[in-house]
Design a protein around this ligand. Sequence first.
Ligand code: OXD
Ligand code: MN
Length: 589
Amino acid sequence: MLTPMELFVKEMQELFQPDEVYIMNGSQEEADRLIGIAQKSKVDGKVVLTKLNDKEYPNSYYHCSNTNDVARTEHLTFVCTPSKGQAGPNNNWIEPGEAKEKMTEFFKGAMKRRTMYVIPFVMGTFESKYSKNCVQITDSIYVALSMRVMARVGKQVIKRIGSSSDFFKGIHSIGDVNPDRRYIMHFPQENLVMSFGSGYGGNALLGKKCYSLRIASYLGYKEGWLAEHMIIMGVQSPDGKATYFLGAFPSACGKTNLALLEPVLKGYKVWTLGDDIAWINIGEDGQLYAINPEAGFFGVAPGTGLKTNPVMMKTLKNNKFYPTLFTNTAVNNSNNTPWWEGVSDEVPSDLTDWQGQKYDKNSGKPAAHPNSRFTVSIYNCPTLSPECDNPKGVPISGIIFGGRRKDTVPLVCEAKDWNSGVFTASIIGSETTAAASGETGNVRRDPMAMLPFCGYNMGEYFQHWINIGKKLKKPPKIFMVNWFRKDEVGKFMWPGFRDNSRIIKWMIERIEGKTGTKESEIGLFPQDNAIDLNGLNITKETMVKLFKVDKEEWKQEIKMIEEFYAKFGDKIPEDLRNHLAELKIKFGL
Ligand code: OXD
Ligand code: MN
């Protein structure tokens, strides 16, 4: 008799009708073989992988996607729960039966003359009880190779699954990369995702956003844990002690830079555990413990350079685990290296842009796509925490929420307690970035940086956060930050990047009870001179401006929060509504 996994593969083979079926085993020989095939294959008229300069970027390959397929497509992403209310106003919804019918039509025979890759993988380590077994089907060799970097792929998973039917099913075909025939459909109740028509990471590496956030957030809701869009980092202070933080920021807000931070402050060191997703459980001691379900970084290239993120530059040049993939960057033809805005001050003279054209410096356009990416193993990261593979995860003392705001939101603010923190996180707004298709720079509410990734009704998600807090014996402190505030002439007031360690230092001092706070209308601020500004050229006036709570701006903000909350009706927990009412009173509304 066939096991549920074997049955699934057989059904997929019948549906897709591929020429060949290949079950991945995770071996190094397999990586070499697939890289070889990808260098000879064309998709959409383009060679899938091209080898880059091996001295400068060892074991690295260039991939260029269809120009219509460069970011997550939120308007084509659906959560297909039995009722619309379960998906909530935060998700697009289609009735599950209708969604499956539509997808099945696309899938029928879609892999003729192609290979169907079967990817058994775990999200989390093989040893952790918090890890989850998964199987993805795909006809994209780029996706298959990327999954080997981003997740733990291997034969062991087939053993782990055994005769169980409890595994995630991810069904993907790149189809004909036609945006009119592109859908990413999630079925949380069935542990299933169907994706067609895109090869972009967030749409096609189904273990990432689709499973580890949208489906897993729903599993967490059912099972009493949290799947969050968060970095995990340990910050070692001069006394040698590591304090573990989670950090939630919307896409392309410097999350990866923070996770791999090289602090400017002497004696401090960041230990990296994850740059995008955290699975958070309550440990036996009543503390939160986090694991990173992923095994790689899928980072935004533009803006990454020796000044902004030297650790990532070292990671990208590390040779240990491969391949490292560069997608939609430009290529410097003089030495066959990937190039993007921010990797060097000078723009090389002989560049091919991300669309394969000779780059004209005077065009006013960037050479690399603003959402061009690198895919690299986390095990290449020189600051990888020794706790990275700890099956229990790391104990969390602080949670940092952030957004990208040119005004309104102060540099840092601490929530009084867990529920106030949940409220603060629920009202985050951020300017949209290139990680999702659509206009950039508009402020939208992005609670917990999870708006595009919460796989169920966000009102219930807020309640779930409050319920988790009730079970904690030692809740972490919750902080809100905004590195992106600008002055009257549009200049960033805070230097950001490595100087953000100054704020983290203050947070550690708060966690350890070494410094007090000042009350403000929106939470607790650092006391005067409590932030270590040693060696930083910043005026007192600028610091005052960074913490300004502008009444008019906050009145506007509250209006936007009310509009956002109103979409969820009575699903917004009473506690959060009370917090909003209090905030209104503080601003005379
Ligand atoms: C990502 C995103 O790719 O958040 O990490 O869009
Ligand atoms: Mn992300």
